[in-house]
Design a protein around this ligand. Structure first.
Ligand code: NDP
Length: 453
């Protein structure tokens, strides 16, 4: 990194202390963009990068609610409205005990570039709470969601800020949040995406992130005249993204062999077929159980609990061709990246956001594997949220085939934008540079057009 880029990063760190995930996300982008800024001094002069790292607005609020025992609980709610140059703020809500300002700022920052790549008119945002839905009754989840929306409603709207789901926020939570918004505003509008099909949701939205990550892998493979047929695939997580990544891997002839949750992972040598995937989906979405139960049901699978003494994740240490990290940030460290490459993995398509640490990313790039960073590879989710917004505005619903076709078209277009930008700026095959540069250029040019705001 050049001295001026390093000085820029020092300033970001000083201004945003104790936010390591945010620093990590900005650092990667700065590294990619510095050569672009050298070629385009007008961006420097207008302080585009200085403005992009500063959220347009941050809303932080108290979320009090009463649990089933009658005790008062207090959580923190946050919404980061990061950048609205090209459209209303758009990005998910995360409910997880690890949520804090820095994590949401990293996610909101990445979202700005990702949304720009989708070709749709969406700005970037992210939000959530340190609330943990695990182990809570439906009634408790509803009470929390209603309290959360009782403050958030005044900051969002179909043309202002349109939240969606993320970790811990699925169809159930979106339903409770939407119900409370409608009640408070007396308005039925497309203010959230990921809605149920009966009340404005889009077909394929639940599937979109996982499907999109697999379509992106297929696009990367096509540059080597290969397909997913017969490929062994490691998948982490067992939530929304992981489940539909597995489904699409099966559709395209591949074989998923792992799934995980925060307690451990299963390895199924025989492959996770459709029947086993249906079991895992029911386990996670309906019974809200742990992935360990998969290995209790199927003898072809072994379960390994998380071992905090290990400095690597054994899930990434199996012979395979492709990996789809689909759980959370920084789940692949440098040792995991080495293990993956040594086990034959040459395609990594990130369903999760920033799942690979910077040292891990360097290994993937140096080994010249097909590495699709989350910003590009998991953009299918928000792209389909954009399609849900279009359908809501038009007051009609497209068929499954129509939405899926648009999703595939968008993933192809994201892939080719990354390839073109990485070629243009002298790093062919580097999808990290490609995604950062292609996402940035559209935002930067728009910010120039709109003046200093
Ligand atoms: P879900 O809540 O549906 O599933 C998350 C999965 O990851 C669960 O299996 C969960 O296990 C596991 N997990 C979560 N946190 C941790 C942790 N700290 N350590 C280990 N495992 C963990 O979330 P999604 O599938 O929606 O999201 C997964 C990833 O994909 C996230 O990075 C998210 O930001 C990203 N993403 C999601 C999009 C979407 O449309 N949903 C869009 C784009 C990106 P457990 O049940 O034990 O918590």
């Amino acid at each position: 990194m050049s001295a001026s880029a390093a000085a820029f990063m020092e300033a970001v760190k000083a201004k945003n202390p104790a936010e390591p995930e945010f620093h990590q996300a900005v650092d990667e982008v700065v590294e990619s963009l510095w050569p672009v800024l050298d070629k385009r001094p007008e961006y420097r002069k207008a302080k585009i990068l200085e403005r992009i790292v500063e959220p347009e607005r941050v809303i932080l609020f108290r979320v009090p609610w009463v649990d089933d025992k009658g005790e008062v609980q207090v959580n923190r709610g946050i919404r980061i409205e990061m950048n609205s140059a090209i459209g209303p703020y758009k990005g998910g809500l995360r409910f997880h005990p690890s949520v804090n300002l820095g994590i949401l700022k990293f996610l909101a920052f990445e979202q700005v570039f990702k949304n720009s790549l989708t070709t749709l008119p969406m700005g970037g945002g992210k939000g959530g709470s340190d609330f943990d839905p695990k182990g809570k009754s439906d009634n408790e989840v509803m009470s929390f969601c209603q309290s959360f929306m009782s403050e958030l409603f005044r900051h969002i709207g179909p043309d202002t800020d349109v939240p969606a789901g993320d970790i811990g926020v699925g169809g159930r939570e979106i339903g409770y949040l939407f119900g409370q918004y409608k009640r408070l505003c007396n308005e039925f509008t497309g203010v959230l995406t990921g809605k149920g099909l009966n009340w404005g949701g889009s077909l394929i939205r639940p599937e979109a992130t996982g499907y999109g990550a697999v379509y992106f892998a297929a696009e990367m493979l096509s540059t080597r005249n290969e397909t997913l047929e017969g490929k062994k695939c490691l998948v982490s997580g067992s939530g929304n993204v992981a489940q539909y990544a597995c489904e699409k891997i099966l559709d395209l002839g591949g074989a998923p062999v792992t799934l995980s949750d925060s307690s451990g992972y299963i390895y199924d040598e025989a492959g996770i077929d459709r029947e086993k995937l249906a079991f895992a989906m029911d386990l996670k979405n309906v019974r809200r159980g742990r992935i360990k139960e998969y290995a209790e049901k199927y003898s072809s699978a072994v379960y390994m609990a998380v071992d905090s003494k290990l400095d690597y994740n054994p899930l990434w240490n199996h012979k395979a061709d492709c990996a789809f990290p689909s759980a959370t940030q920084n789940e692949i460290n440098a040792k995991d990246a080495e293990n993956l490459v040594n086990n034959g993995v040459y395609v990594v398509s990130e369903g999760a956001n920033m799942p690979t640490t910077p040292d891990g990313v360097i290994i993937f790039i140096e080994k010249k594997i097909l590495y699709g960073p989350g910003k590009a590879a998991n953009a299918g989710g928000v792209a389909t949220s954009g399609l849900e917004m279009s359908q809501n505005s038009l007051r009609l619903s497209w068929t499954r085939e129509e939405v899926d076709q648009r999703l595939q078209g968008i993933m192809k277009s994201i892939h080719s934008s990354c390839v073109e930008a990485s070629n243009e700026f002298g790093t062919p095959g580097n999808y990290v540079n490609g995604a950062n540069i292609a996402g940035f250029l559209k935002i930067a040019d728009t910010m120039l057009d709109q003046g200093v705001v």
